[in-house]
Design a protein around this ligand. Structure first.
Ligand code: FAD
Length: 325
């Protein structure tokens, strides 16, 4: 049975969501093509991490060594070279993240496997070649690519594209892979993580976002959106013009040149829905848009649309939630 590998990504002992997003995609491809899904875990301490993967794949393949605690390209490549040569996976999925953008091209050239980056969908076509979807022109167009037939493929997967459900109803077997000796490696070495210094909130971690666009008019009006957000326990984010004008910090900007968010509820206030903005929020579970223009593109992706002047909407809705508290 052909295997799909997912190179898991973890940092400081915690999986990054992209790991489970890739496992969701791998599961989808595997179900359609009778393949099995293997999560490849390179770590210095598999205990706990491997357990977290068990319900999301068919096999957890562990390579455990003190040198694999943090991502380091030379060590990862040395181990993956052995694993891939021995196991022959048809497809290897890697996150299109800082780690994956470093690792996947190096795997592709070192192991002579064709690689496509930043995919938003991957399928196996009838003739066993790979069919991929990528966004081009900043997300305005989805391009469908068919790869030339090959015995193996690598694809990097855009973070935030698939649901990060941890329980896929599986019970994976655990397999340990012997780690080769790391002699004469180390042109690059992991030194430390330097966390981004931010005194602001992390909009990617919020369950509910109240997002303001240029329609908010002037900086003083942001207080109205903040009051509404406080009443419903939300965080305030924004479109690019609001950040560009300095009305909210850049760390609050959603979109291609801002952050990708996937909250449970995204409330867009006075945001037209340009594709650069949509690219950062269209995977929110529920999108509610308030806009006075009924033809605003945001309504094409909104689950609920309110055609209204937000300055009439905001005081009323805030008051309603305050009363119910
Ligand atoms: C390379 C590049 C990268 C970009 N990256 C990003 C990005 O990361 N994020 C991003 O957001 N944009 C980004 N943009 C900009 C993007 O193209 C749009 O210009 C931007 O998203 C528009 O922001 P907006 O919807 O707030 O403003 P507008 O497009 O001006 O829309 C304002 C909306 O408010 C509505 N409105 C006005 N008054 C009211 C009212 N009183 N009540 C209700 N509705 C009202 C209007 O009907 C309108 O639909 C990028 C552009 C480029 C070229």
């Amino acid at each position: 049975m052909p295997e799909i590998f997912v190179i898991t990504e973890h940092r400081k002992g915690k999986f990054r969501d992209v790991t489970f997003e890739m496992l969701a995609l791998a599961d989808k491809i595997a179900s359609a093509n009778d393949c099995s899904v293997t999560a490849v875990l390179l770590t210095d301490h598999a205990y706990g991490l491997a357990e977290e993967l068990k319900s999301a794949c068919d096999c957890v393949l562990i390579a455990e060594d003190p040198a694999l605690g943090n991502y380091s390209a030379d060590e990862y490549l040395a181990v993956l070279e052995k694993i891939i040569a021995q196991k022959n996976p048809l497809l290897t999925l890697v996150g299109n993240t800082a780690m994956g953008m470093d690792l996947a091209p190096a795997m592709s050239t070192r192991f002579s496997i064709p690689c496509v980056s930043d995919c938003v969908n991957v399928e196996i076509s009838d003739n066993a070649s790979l069919k991929l979807e990528r966004q081009i022109y900043g997300g305005k167009i989805n391009a469908c690519l068919l790869m030339k037939p090959s015995s193996k493929y690598i694809a990097t997967v855009r973070a935030g594209t698939f649901p990060a459900d941890r329980d896929r109803g599986k019970n994976a077997k655990i397999e340990n892979f012997p780690v080769p000796a790391f002699d004469n490696l180390g042109k690059r070495q992991f030194i430390e993580y330097i966390e981004e210094i931010t005194e602001d909130v992390d909009i990617t971690a919020a369950d509910i976002l109240v997002s303001v666009g240029r329609g908010i008019g002037k900086p003083e009006n942001i207080a109205l959106a903040q009051e509404f957000a406080d009443a419903i326990g939300a965080t305030v984010s924004c479109s690019r013009p609001v950040a560009d004008k300095g009305w909210l910090p850049k760390s609050r900007q959603v979109g291609t040149s801002g952050k990708t968010v996937k909250p449970k509820i995204y409330i867009a206030l006075g945001i037209s829905g340009a594709f650069q903005h949509q690219a950062g929020m269209k995977n929110a579970e529920t999108i509610i848009a308030v806009n006075k223009d009924p033809n605003a593109p945001i309504f094409n992706i909104a689950h609920y649309g309110i055609v209204m002047d937000m300055f009439q909407f905001l005081p009323k809705i805030t008051e309603k939630f305050k009363q119910e508290k």
